[in-house]
Design a binder for this molecule. Structure first.
Ligand code: NAD
Length: 467
């Protein structure tokens, strides 16, 4: 069987991951973890341990990887504009640093919980290893709604948060970046605060403490679109092997923020057709293809995709034009027949019900952990291939690494160099995953974890355990 035939066969009948074999590792008992299938952290560690079993990784390494190295929780007061003080809670979880300094974004969201941050930190360990950037995994979070406070308050929260964790981060120790609710401006405040309070490194070197900075402050060209670009690089590499030519491929997209909107524009440039989009404001559909550049402008102006059909539709007939789209229900959105469905919103949105609605051949996980275990099981039963998040969305951390390298050398690369280096990392990660899938005859998620874990296990074997 050729690689193409094998890939096609794997779409038709991917290996089933049964509920009975979910959270089965004895490591969960040894570490006293309760087997809760809805717990995001346990879901991620289950994938790690499943891959570890395929690779027959030593038991002590399984124990090490099942728990983060450090879980830091901080509380800090901030004076609000009304003169009152509010106490905020923040987290920094450092999962593993065998491959290099800890690396991972900081999320500002009112519903951030320790277990979510732990899960995202473990995903970072796997992502960095899969794309072969010399970093470990970490993640941070602060319980705050950035849209509910004003800019000055947000700046003070950002500065106090980074000050509170300043003794555990550093340009060669742990390097935060943006995530949901934070952006280049937040990184500018983080960097400036750290530069002012860390006495141990030069101010110039201290800039490397965060990535995703504004271009004028040492940011990299191509960082803003990097995650969406990485998803497209993976699809361009893998879809043809699955019998889906990228030119003319149809795509539906859940989430039209940073990752989703860039992914949409970049895949449209490759000749694919985005036919349905949903975000927190509503869902739209146009089987002729949505003009995603106009949609991005509409979202910039209005804050969401809702109303796009109306504003770009034919006002005489009330029907959509080529550039517009019809407003559809959530269920209609999910049931839109497409080649590729891309979740690019929040975690755990593709549950059993949504998995039953989807009419696609491939799910490309642009968001972190968007599929629940039961949702994934149903997708697999229905012959829908899932390309996992640790592969699809690792473009962001890859260009963060390139930013850090440029800062270290005090140079700025042109966009072409950033894009082509990112592409090499993404293509090799996709091939590593494909190879592991063929070697171990497993699903793509397990294959991606195997390809990531193999590297980590080799380094542990070489270094040994101190002392
Ligand atoms: P974002 O905040 O820019 O966009 C989030 C999108 O999700 C928005 O379009 C929002 O409308 C939509 N959304 C939120 N709630 C929704 C709901 N209930 N129903 C439908 N849509 C909803 O965030 P982002 O940076 O694009 O990140 C998206 C995902 O990708 C997250 O899981 C994030 O962790 C992951 N990710 C982001 C990056 C990055 O570089 N930004 C890197 C790796 C992974």
């Amino acid at each position: 069987m050729s690689a193409t035939e094998m890939a096609k066969a794997s779409i038709a009948a991917p290996t089933n991951r049964q509920s009975e074999d979910f959270l089965t590792s004895s490591v969960f008992d040894e570490l006293g973890m309760q087997r809760d299938p809805n717990n995001l952290y346990l879901q991620v560690i289950d994938s790690v341990l499943r891959a570890a079993e395929y690779l027959e990784i030593p038991h002590h390494l399984q124990l090490i990887l099942a728990q983060p190295k450090n879980e830091i929780m901080v509380h800090f007061p901030v004076r609000m504009n009304d003169g009152e003080y509010r106490l905020f809670k923040g987290y920094r979880v450092q999962h593993n640093n065998i491959l290099g300094p800890y690396k991972g974004g900081v999320r500002f969201h009112p519903d951030v919980h320790l277990d979510d941050v732990k899960a995202l930190s473990a995903l970072m360990t796997m992502k960095c290893s899969l794309v072969r950037v010399p970093y470990g995994g970490a993640k941070g979070g602060c319980k705050v709604d950035p849209r509910a406070i004003d800019r000055d308050e947000l700046m003070r929260v950002s500065r106090r948060f980074i000050a509170a964790i300043s003794n555990v981060i550093g340009p060669d120790i742990d390097i935060p970046a943006p995530d949901v609710g934070t952006n280049a401006q937040t990184m500018a405040w983080f960097a400036d605060t750290y530069m002012n309070i860390s006495g141990s490194v030069s101010r110039q070197d201290a800039l490397r403490v965060v990535t995703g900075k504004p271009l004028e402050m040492g940011g990299s060209l191509g960082r803003e679109k990097a995650t969406g670009q990485g998803v497209v690089d993976v699809l361009v590499e893998l879809l043809p092997d699955m019998g889906i030519p990228i030119e003319g491929a149809t795509v539906s997209l859940l989430g039209f923020g940073n990752v989703g909107s860039w992914m949409a524009r970049l895949i449209a440039d490759k000749g694919a057709k985005v036919v349905a989009v949903m975000d927190h404001t509503g869902a739209i559909r146009n089987d002729e293809g949505i003009d995603v550049v106009s949609l991005a402008e509409h979202v910039e102006e209005t804050g969401g995709v809702a109303g796009f059909g109306a504003s770009h539709g034919d006002t005489r007939t009330g029907r959509h034009t080529q550039a517009g789209a019809d407003a559809v229900s959530e269920e209609e959105f999910y049931r839109t027949p497409v080649d590729v469905f891309v979740p690019a919103a929040l975690e755990q949105m593709i549950d059993e019900e949504k998995a039953g609605w989807l009419e696609c051949k491939v799910v490309a996980e642009a968001a972190n952990a968007p599929t629940t275990p039961v949702g994934e099981r149903l997708l697999q039963k229905r012959g829908i291939e899932v390309l996992p998040a640790i592969l699809c969305n690792s473009g962001g951390v890859t260009v963060s690494y390139l930013e850090w390298v440029q800062n270290k050398q005090s140079v700025q690369w042109d966009l072409e160099r950033v894009d082509s280096t990112l592409n090499k990392h993404m293509v090799l990660a996709a091939r590593r995953t494909q190879l592991a899938q063929h070697r171990f005859e497993c699903d793509m998620r397990t294959a991606a974890y195997i390809a990531a874990l193999e590297q980590i296990a080799k380094v542990y074997a070489l270094r040994g355990i101190f002392p």
